[in-house]
Design a protein around this ligand. Structure first.
Ligand SMILES: Cc1cc2nc3c(=O)[nH]c(=O)nc-3n(C[C@H](O)[C@H](O)[C@H](O)COP(=O)(O)OP(=O)(O)OC[C@H]3O[C@@H](n4cnc5c(N)ncnc54)[C@H](O)[C@@H]3O)c2cc1C
Length: 473
């Protein structure tokens, strides 16, 4: 039997169930990656993420070559043309079976259903596996048999049902004989438009596994104390590797548990809290699967459809450039613009400032993040934006609005992070750094605040109240 492994968000050999299944049931296996520039643009994939994908595909090609598996990139126009292109390639290569790991987005699900139809016409089988989650999305249900929409009970059920055997990793096998077809990534064309520092993100599985090991051995035990301090760099920074599937979440949880006597909820607080974050990731994948409306530009909370979002071109411009006049917000945005990554605490502060104080539509902020993050991940990004804007599942209540000045004082007390990303403020005293005094704006290039915090907070609460009233809540 001849098989194809269709690589998508799983650019790795380690713990790759589709790859293992193909190698254990087929005599001959090819690997493919289907590339569509226009689909990437449609999904707002950032230019730095695109480069990171290409770099990782080159590494994957070399790793697969050691297993005697060629990797061939195929170009297609969009998800609409993909099923036809996939099945033509498979038929030409006389393939019997296509193997892949699941993706849960709405467009991806439709793409896969159409692919199955096309393949079936050519008598080609299709099998998919779960590699991004411990439980198949939708498997864990509330007492009423409904999908979970709140994290805490989801996590409780996740832990109650957990069995260490779930962490059995798929083992990489070697193909006995190399197929006659050669690896070919020549259709991958990358045009660099970003000026972000990609050197911060070396490609490849071994780098990702090293990053994971370093974090777990050196930082994880302090995670509960250091995770909220952007200057401490106390988090793992593995999100870009998880987003592309260069690391598997199972591998992450397993390695973390090894350092905690295989205890999920007791033992080292930092490790337990870190695993909790990986479960948040799984939670948002469940939301995307069980509530497809969130993949279709809709808020989870229906009443928030009638919120009257503001639209100020001037404020947009200031925000996008990290020039709002609120140092912690601007430092977060500038970190993303220079590193392609932003600390989690700042993602929340920035997103809340955009959707509450500025009262701008969360979808525009969600898009801005996707267009600049190297770890852009639809479900986590959508979940994070809908959480911050109080339009989502298990969201921050609409009236609880972060004050960026207080957040700054609490999480960057000495202003070190601000000074790192806002050179204009490097000589400003700690007393002034969180909220520069008016006369500072004329003496530095740093802009004056674009809005009044108190007034904008009240305006946001009123907008939510109006929307609730309109919906009879
Ligand atoms: C507005 C907003 C947008 C976000 N956009 C993205 C995004 O596009 N891609 C993305 O991977 N994460 C996103 N997050 C979640 C989180 O900010 C990042 O996962 C985290 O900052 C990555 O850094 P790390 O790898 O050092 O995380 P760590 O703290 O080391 O956590 C380990 C892993 O757990 C997962 N994780 C951590 N926090 C969360 C969370 N709140 N929600 C879901 N998963 C989480 C990530 O995969 C992360 O790599 C967003 C959060 C917010 C508030």
């Amino acid at each position: 039997m001849k098989g194809i492994v269709w690589f998508r968000s799983d650019l790795r050999i380690d713990d790759n169930p589709a790859l293992t299944a193909a190698l254990s049931s087929c005599d001959e296996v090819l690997a493919i990656y289907i590339f569509s520039q226009s689909q990437w643009e449609l999904h707002n994939e950032s230019n730095i993420k695109q480069e990171f994908i290409f770099n990782n595909l080159t590494q994957l090609k070399d790793s697969l070559a050691k297993l005697n598996i060629p990797l061939i990139a195929i170009n297609t126009d969009s998800y609409k043309t993909l099923p036809q292109d996939l099945s033509s390639f498979a038929a030409d290569q006389k393939i019997d079976h296509v193997f892949c790991n699941n993706e849960f987005g709405f467009n991806e699900t439709v793409r896969d259903q159409n692919s199955i139809e096309f393949l079936r016409k050519n008598n080609i089988q299709f099998s998919s596996f779960n590699d991004q989650v411990i439980y198949e999305p939708g498997f864990l249900k509330t007492g009423q048999g409904k999908p979970f929409s709140v994290f805490t009970p989801f996590k409780r059920r996740w832990v109650e049902n957990f069995d260490i055997n779930f962490l059995e990793l798929a083992k990489p096998l070697k193909q006995k004989k190399a197929p006659s077809i050669q690896s070919d990534l020549s259709v991958l064309k990358f045009v660099k438009t970003h000026s972000t520092n990609i050197d911060l993100w070396p490609a490849g599985e071994s780098v990702a596994l090293d990053k994971l090991a370093n974090f777990l051995h050196l930082k994880a035990q302090y995670y509960s104390e250091s995770r909220n301090s952007p200057i401490l760099d106390g988090t793992s920074r593995i999100s870009p590797y998880l987003a592309l599937g260069i690391l598997s979440p199972k591998r992450c949880i397993l390695e973390a548990l090894k350092l905690n006597n295989f205890e999920l909820t007791s033992g080292n607080k930092g490790i337990c809290m870190w695993i909790n974050e990986i479960v948040w990731r799984e939670f948002y994948r469940n939301i995307m699967h069980s509530f497809p409306k969130v993949s279709q530009n809709q808020p989870f909370q229906d009443y928030t459809k009638s919120i009257q979002w503001r639209h100020s071109g001037k404020e947009f411009e200031a925000f996008y450039a990290g020039k709002t006049g609120f140092p912690i917000v601007d430092a977060g945005i500038r970190q993303m613009l220079s590193e392609g990554w932003m600390h989690n605490r700042l993602r929340m502060v920035v997103a809340m400032f955009f959707t509450k104080n500025m009262l701008h539509d969360w979808r525009l902020g969600e898009k801005f993040f996707m267009q600049h993050l190297i770890d852009g991940d639809f479900s986590s990004n959508n979940g994070g934006w809908q959480w911050s804007s109080s339009t989502g599942t298990d969201s921050a209540p609409y009236f609880r609005i972060f004050n960026p000045i207080t957040q700054s004082q609490n999480f960057d007390p000495n202003g070190e992070f601000i000074k790192k990303f806002i050179p204009e403020l490097k000589d400003v005293s700690i007393a002034q750094i969180h909220q520069p005094k008016d006369d500072l704006f004329s003496s530095t290039n740093y802009p004056a605040p674009i809005l009044n915090l108190k007034e904008s907070r009240l305006r946001a609460i009123q907008a939510f109240k109006d929307a609730r009233e309109e919906s009879g809540i």
